[in-house]
Design a protein around this ligand. Structure first.
Ligand SMILES: *Cc1c(COP(=O)(O)O)cnc(C)c1O
Length: 396
């Protein structure tokens, strides 16, 4: 991560194509667009990259999660199981649809513990959402078994793990429906954008219509299209899609750079006996967007995190103390601070957060440091960084 570091001529060319004809919208205006359909082309490229039948581009990763859940029929009063460690978009999207986020513990993969998922299943559970955090994945086979056993929809948020795989299949394309983000800091970026990925044709058609006001996209006269059901506007623009089209072509190159940089740092940290790396399930290959490791205890982890900051080692996060990615700091969720009234079902459904504790998640996140792997580093810079990380950890 992030793809903006290597922004260049290819991105400029794709954007100029769009500016040249002036059609900034992805649908319609066939005569004016001189054959340029950037969003459509990007969808085709992504189906290839994800080895999936269908891709629907949308305006953000958060929109992708919302559209994926809506397309699978998740709505009022349904419970969606999700991890305690994730980006806030996970519960935002669930609650936007009137559904209830049910947070459960993570394990040493840093995402859903299949046992905790099974224990959380109730008669109201509709879906399980895995979030492939920080470039790696959960135990996909075990989670699939739980979903099959209780007839649940399996949703996969792979916004932070593009380019990773599990048993040969790209992350994001393994569950029933997957989600990606192409926001400014992701491995490939559109500026703002996202994608819903699925092999399920019904979900795809639902996503296509729902993300554009329910339009059926039949024929060439937008005004004459019918609306089989209600929708919303989660469209991506042609300008954003053009940037993504350039970036997706560079994905293999980006992953290779991440792998090289990740490996140098990992090998250096491996010399320290007290450093333990996150578990990658058998058959899994990381996207190398982050390097995650555990230190012996909270106190040591806090000290190392501070020392990294003081010594210019940027991009390393101790999520236990960070308000974006871990439940400990999500007071706005726990206190239900909403601009508008929230339904009784969601309020009642979230009452468990007043008392529930997540000791198992705390045990992992309190000891975890997650370091962003940049694309623009030279090999020399990575080596120097790795050496300085080693000496900081050893000194503490
Ligand atoms: C970035 C991210 C999102 C949301 O993506 P946006 O495009 O910023 O809306 C959702 N889930 C995860 C895990 C993310 O990292």
């Amino acid at each position: 991560m992030p793809g903006f570091e290597l922004f260049g001529d290819l991105e400029r060319k794709e954007v100029n194509d769009v500016l040249d004809n002036g059609v900034l919208m992805r649908y319609g205006f066939d005569g004016m667009r001189k054959g340029h359909w950037k969003a459509k082309e990007l969808e085709v490229e992504l189906t290839k990259a994800f080895n999936s039948k269908h891709v629907q581009l949308v305006s953000s990763g958060t929109a992708a999660v919302t559209v994926a859940l809506a397309s699978a029929g998740v709505g009022a009063g349904d419970e969606v199981i999700m991890p305690t460690f994730t980006f806030v978009a996970s519960f935002e999207a669930i609650m936007m649809l009137g559904a209830v986020p049910v947070l459960v513990d993570i394990d040493d993969t840093l995402t859903l513990d299949p046992k905790a998922v099974e224990e959380a299943v109730t008669s109201k559970t509709k879906a399980v959402m895995i979030v492939q955090m920080c470039g790696s994945m959960g135990d996909m086979d075990a989670l699939r078994s739980v979903c099959d056993k209780y007839d649940l929809i399996f949703v996969e948020d792979a916004c932070q793990a593009i380019g990773g795989s599990y048993k040969g299949q790209p992350l994001g394309s393994i569950a029933d429906v997957g989600c990606f983000s192409f926001d400014f800091v992701k491995t490939i970026t559109c500026g703002e954008g996202g994608a819903v990925v699925t092999n399920n044709e019904d979900y795809y058609i639902n996503a296509d219509h729902y993300s554009d006001h329910g339009h059926d996209h039949v024929g060439h006269d937008r005004g004459a299209e019918t609306h089989p059901f209600l929708g919303y506007n989660f469209r991506i623009s042609e300008l954003n899609a053009a940037v993504g089209l350039a970036q997706v072509k560079r994905l293999p190159e980006f992953i290779e750079i991440q792998r090289r940089n990740y490996t140098i740092i990992r090998e250096a940290l491996s010399q320290i006996a007290e450093v333990e790396f996150r578990r990658v399930p058998e058959g899994g290959t990381e996207s190398y967007a982050f390097l995650n490791f555990f230190l012996p205890d909270l106190d040591t982890t806090r000290k190392v995190s501070e020392a990294f900051k003081d010594n210019g080692i940027d991009g390393c996060f101790h999520y236990y103390d960070n308000n974006w990615h871990y439940i400990r700091k999500w007071d706005h969720l726990k206190e239900l601070k909403s601009l508008f009234p929230i339904s009784k079902e969601v309020k009642d459904g979230l009452r468990y957060l007043d008392t529930k504790t997540f000791e198992q998640s705390d045990a992992y996140i309190s000891r975890n440091i997650s370091c962003l792997i940049k694309l623009s580093w030279t090999t020399e810079e990575v080596k120097t960084r790795a050496e300085s990380m080693v000496s900081i950890i050893q000194s503490i």
